[in-house]
Design a protein around this ligand. Sequence first.
Ligand code: MCN
Ligand code: SMO
Length: 773
Amino acid sequence: MSRLLTKPRFTGARVTRMEDDRLLKGQGRYLDDITVPGMLEIAFVRSNRSAAKLVEVDVEAARNLPGVIAVLTAEDCPYVLHDEKYQVDQSVLAKDEVRFVGEPIVAIVAENRYIAEDATELVRVQYDALPPVLTAKDALGDTRRVHSQRPNVFEHWEQVTDGFEDAFNAAPHRAQATFVTHRQTGVPMETRGCAAMVDPASGRLTVYVSHQSVHQFRTDLIKVMNLDEHQVRVVVPEVGGAFGIKAMFYTEYIVVTHAAKTLGRPVKWIGDRTESLLADCHARDNIHEVEVAFDDDGVICAVRDNVIGDTGAYPILGFPGAVGEAGWATGHLTGPYKIPHVSITVDCVFSNKTPVGAYRGVGGPVGAQVQEGYIDLVARKLGKDPIEVRRVNLIQKDQFPFVSATGNTYDPGSYAESMEEALRLIGYDTFRDEQVEARKQGRYLGIGVCVFVEPSAGVSSEAGSIPYEAVTLRLEPSGKITASTGLGPSGQGHETTLAQLIADELSVDVGDIVVLHGDTDSAPFGGGTGGSRSATIGGGAALKAAREMRGKLAKIAAHLLEASEEDIEFQDGQAHVAGVPSRGHSIAQLARIAYTDVSKLPDDMQPGLEVVSRYRPPMSVTYSNGTHAVKVEVDVQTGLVKILDYVAVNDCGVLINPMIVEGQIHGGVAQGIGSTFLEELRYDDAGQLTTTSLAEYLLPAMTDVPRMRIEHLVTPSGNDGGFKGMGEGSLIAGPPSLCSAVSNALEPFGVFVTEIPILPQHIIAWTKDKVAV
Ligand code: MCN
Ligand code: SMO
């Protein structure tokens, strides 16, 4: 193998994001920017009942409205999303029965969206209402069923460690709490949408979609519609946020594609904000009944967790959300703590609400809220400092690899170290005195901590169970580089981070590289973005491709210079003979030869310089970790919580770009603040979603998000490059640390937080007419 003399210039550096130039200037091309002549638009008539039989759907008047090209019902678009595992069918347009408010019933295809919207009002749907299943209690009772042929509990599992009962019963102390995270969802700035068109010449279908994985999307689409890959091109333009909800497959995509195929005209649909809140997957919505057993020092011997996860009306194709939420939450029930025994039961149920799917962190935020919640509970029961209880339970450095009671093998991390560092940064030593002083003045300060583990780059994340990622690299005749990947960035900056890795492996400048993505015609097959896999698996593929390319260049250089390949060194974009920098060729010269002066190539080499490399990481998952620590002040008069200081210590192994990693943390913490204090998808007693605009579903604004201080620790993973994923960890750690801080602040009132979001009216109700002690 050739050698690389140039030290890595870009990996680990704060390289400015290459994509930002166009994004910040408003030059990004998103789904709704795609218009072609003759394009039609779709508006959907959606169910306004949570559970009902469809008696009649009268579309005559809508069909007759000038400008309406077609009106589609289940009869006209008879596709079904069939869940093999749970044997549930979801008709892409509701047939016979509706199961949640927002479920599409009719699609109007019209010359433009205005006409299509007008026509929706002419459709008359006659419902025969059924009693909806809306709560866990409703669902478990099973007297009313969401799917008449299936029990509401569609998934059940148990996990009990040997010796659990003995350990649990032998412990001197026990405590119990029920933790609830209400319905929330990822709210990307750009809503979901899709546009489809058939090329009249070739007959190939092109589908544009705002999604996290071009290949996963095509796989799902062709399966449902019985099409062939080579006849379908999927293009993902710029994506304005995705957060897991855009990793899912939705019925609207089939309707749009079907309309384009049957009408022979381009068709587009883009959701408005109300549709987005109604029909993008929801998340969380689960109940954890927890019991914890511990000794006098706060050492936890055993945890019991009985979970009910609400997945809404249908299992989302390939990703029934309740299973994912409960799976991650219970799979990591012990978090970073060395608790030897667990007993877990999980029931996932259907309800007449929007289907639940992936949202950043999936069950991670809930699991961490449970985990930090029971730690704080132990501290509260024993009258100990919550930090002390964390200290005695944390997995220590010399215990890695550590097999958790739930059966996960944690690769080395910096759990205890990250907590100590976060405490140092936030000034924990002096805080308790400050807190006492403040309380004397009627001010309620609190500190909260979450020590988190983030399973990342799992080879069967929800982006699909594709355990590898691929990068295609083309060294162009000019010596510049075009790379293509199947990853699906939606703001994570992969064009920059992959270029950083490739640049260093070839000793060239990042500016010489362009990274393409989002087109099945050019992107190599891969899993896409989700489960924080891109840096680790996609990055591994980029390293591998660049090394293969370097091997080809070394071979050409060795041939030209009459040296052996082992003696070729790369430095500053040059390949030369070891120790003789004057005897060499620039990469651009080698590229020119490879394409246009091919008689100079070794006999056994083909012209051109292209490689495609697939990286399948040796580790099935790698755990990043860290600690968030936050200081808050709770105003018991207004019920408002002010964040006084926020510290995040993060360990995601080797960093490709610390600035991007910090950006990920900023965004995750912002979502964590929303999740803890603002965001809730509320249903009324009839199953109507009452939070259908951003005036009711409240998102954090800039003024809600404090400046935060971030520090990095580096415990490399065993994968190539040593990277660990980190895209979800900050949303996992945000809510638990904020809950913990509010609990701590309101301890004088006997308040212990078990439910999020924490709203001002809750704080007022918890503290009103109570005397702080
Ligand atoms: N990175 C790095 N060094 C590391 C690890 C990561 O420089 N050791 C960089 C990566 O190169 C990448 C970013 O940090 O640019 C996040 O990397 P990674 O943890 O691999 O996660 P993914 O890129 O696979 O992103 C997915 C993750 C998930 S699952 C959700 S959900 C989420 C998230 O990213 N959705 C987001 N962050 C988001 N950020 C934006 N802006 N928009 C979304 O939709
Ligand atoms: S929820 Mo992220 O796409 O794994």
